[in-house]
Design a protein around this ligand. Structure first.
Ligand code: UDP
Length: 418
C-alpha cells in the first residue's frame, strides 16, 4: 500500500500559533478525508506559559506532537544567542526528520525556528514557507537573514501580497513556487474579535475606550542597547502624561530592563505594566486603544485592520503596506514626538489592503497545498523538469528551444533522490 503523505508543521513563537490557528485546524481536519497525515511540532523557542501555553489553550490549538524545548534548554545552559539557537535547532530538527520522515515541512514567518529549513533542505525534503517574500531590506535585522534563507530553500512559498511575490521573482525564485494568498492574520481576527470584544480587560486595568495608548516592544534593535531602550522608556513616560499607556512586558524585555538598571524608569503613574497578555485580552486592548506604539510586525497589521493609528518605533519594516495605506508611521527616533504625530492620524485608510482577494487566506493555502499533495508536486519540485520552468535557468543556459537534458545527463530521479 502507498504510504500516506506526511506533512510536518514546525512552529516556534507566539504569533505563529495565532496566525496558523485556522490552517492547523484545516490541516488536522482534512487528514481522513484526503488521505494524508499532519503532525504539529514546536521548536520551543517561546516556552513561557504567557507566550505559549495560553495561546494553545485560548485559541484551542492542540499541543504539539513533539517539542524541541529550545528556549528552555538553552536558558539552563546560559547560551541563548542566535548562534546557539540555530545550532541546537539544527540538531533537534535532524533528529525529528529521522524519526518522523516527513514528505514536506511547513514553516511560518522569519524567526530563528525557520532556520531549521536549512536542515530540512539538506535532507532533500521539500520546504513550505508561509509569509514569504517579506523584506525590510535592512540587513542588521536578524529576521531579514532568516527570511532570505528560508525563501530561497522553499519549494512552495505563500506570500501575503502580490508585491511580496514580485520581490521573490526579482530574486530569481521560480514562479511556480510562489502563490499570493492574502494575510492570514485576517483569519485570526475574524474568528476571535467577537469573543475579544466581550473581555472585561479595560475595567480590570482601569482604562477607558479610546483614552489610552497600547505599547509593545521586543525587537532586538530596541531592547539590546541600553541607550536606545532608555530613550524608548523616556518617550513612553512623556506620552503617559498625555494619556495612560498600557504596556505588556515580555520576559526578555524585563530581563534587559533589570540588567540595564532601567526597571525603575518604567515606574510612572501613567504607565500600566502587565505580563504578556492572552490574545483575547490583547485584541480587545488593541481594538479600543486611541493609538498603538509597537515594534511588532503583527501588531502593526492588526492596528491597520482594527482602524487604530500606529507608531512603528523601528528603523525599518517588512510590512511597508501599512505605511503606504496611511495606517502607520515608521520612525525610529524620538518616540514622544512621533506618537503625537500618530495621534493626529484620522483612521480612514482602506482596511482591505492586507487581503485584496477577499475570502480566507488560510483556506487558500490549504486548497493549494491539497492540490500539490494530490498532484505529486512535492516529489517533483526539485526535479530537472521543474528546474527548467525557472525562467532564470532558461535564460542562463540560453534555452529557447532545447531542454536541460541536452546539456547534462542527471535524471530526474537523481535530483529527486532522498
Ligand atoms: N499579542 C498578545 N499578547 C500580548 C502582545 C501581543 O497576544 O501581550 C499578540 C498580538 O495580538 C499579535 C502577536 O501577539 O497577534 C504579536 O506577537 P509579537 O509582537 O511577539 O511578534 P511579531 O509579530 O513581532 O513577530
Amino acid at each position: 500500500m502507498r504510504r500516506k503523505f506526511k506533512l510536518v508543521t514546525l512552529l516556534g513563537i507566539r504569533p505563529d500559533i495565532i496566525r496558523m490557528r485556522k490552517l492547523l485546524h484545516l490541516l488536522d481536519r482534512g487528514q481522513a478525508r484526503h488521505g494524508y497525515q499532519h503532525l504539529y511540532v514546536h521548536s520551543g523557542q517561546h516556552y513561557d506559559y504567557s507566550l505559549d501555553g495560553i495561546f494553545h489553550r485560548e485559541l484551542d490549538v492542540r499541543r504539539p506532537k513533539f517539542n524541541m524545548r529550545t528556549g528552555r534548554t538553552l536558558k539552563k545552559r546560559a547560551k541563548t544567542s542566535h548562534v546557539y539557537q540555530a545550532a541546537f535547532l539544527f540538531e533537534k530538527t535532524a533528529q525529528m526528520l529521522e524519526r518522523m520522515r516527513p514528505d514536506a515541512v511547513l514553516f511560518l514567518g522569519d524567526t530563528n525556528t525557520v532556520l531549521s529549513a536549512v536542515v530540512v533542505a539538506k535532507y532533500n525534503i521539500p520546504v513550505i514557507h508561509v509569509e514569504g517574500g517579506g523584506r525590510s531590506f535592512d540587513w542588521r535585522m536578524p529576521e531579514e537573514k532568516n527570511r532570505i534563507i528560508i525563501d530561497h530553500l522553499s519549494d512552495v512559498i505563500y506570500c501575503y501580497l502580490e508585491r511580496y511575490k514580485q520581490i521573490l521573482l526579482a530574486e530569481g525564485v521560480a514562479e511556480h513556487r510562489v502563490v499570493s494568498v492574502g494575510n492570514i492574520i485576517i483569519d485570526a481576527l475574524e474568528e476571535f474579535l467577537p469573543a475579544a470584544r466581550q473581555r472585561p480587560i479595560l475595567q480590570s486595568l482601569g482604562v477607558q475606550a479610546r483614552k489610552y495608548a497600547l505599547c509593545t516592544l521586543h525587537r532586538e534593535e530596541n531592547i539590546e542597547n541600553r541607550k536606545i531602550l532608555a530613550a524608548k522608556i523616556k518617550g513612553l513616560r512623556q506620552l503617559s502624561r498625555l494619556l495612560p499607556v498600557v504596556f505588556p512586558v515580555m520576559p526578555r524585555v524585563r530581563a534587559r530592563l533589570r540588567r540595564f538598571g532601567l526597571a525603575n524608569l518604567l515606574k510612572s503613574p501613567g504607565i500600566i505594566l502587565t505580563e504578556p497578555l492572552g490574545f483575547l485580552d490583547f485584541l480587545k486592548l488593541e481594538a479600543e486603544a486611541k493609538m498603538i506604539v509597537t515594534d511588532s510586525g503583527t501588531v502593526q497589521e492588526e492596528a491597520l485592520l482594527l482602524g487604530v493609528p500606529c507608531l512603528v518605533t523601528r528603523r525599518s519594516t517588512e510590512r511597508p503596506e501599512t505605511i503606504a495605506a496611511g495606517a502607520s508611521i515608521l520612525a525610529e527616533g524620538d518616540l514622544y514626538s512621533n506618537a503625537q504625530r500618530a495621534l493626529q492620524m484620522a483612521p480612514q485608510w482602506d482596511r482591505t489592503v492586507l487581503n485584496p482577494l477577499g475570502g480566507s487566506p488560510s483556506e487558500r493555502i490549504y486548497e493549494d497545498l491539497l492540490s500539490r499533495m494530490r498532484s505529486g508536486y512535492f516529489a517533483r519540485s526539485r526535479s530537472l523538469a521543474m528546474l527548467q520552468e525557472n525562467q532564470f535557468v532558461r535564460e542562463a543556459y540560453g534555452l529557447a528551444q532545447c531542454s536541460l537534458q541536452h546539456l547534462s545527463q542527471p535524471s530526474e530521479k537523481v535530483l529527486c533522490a532522498r
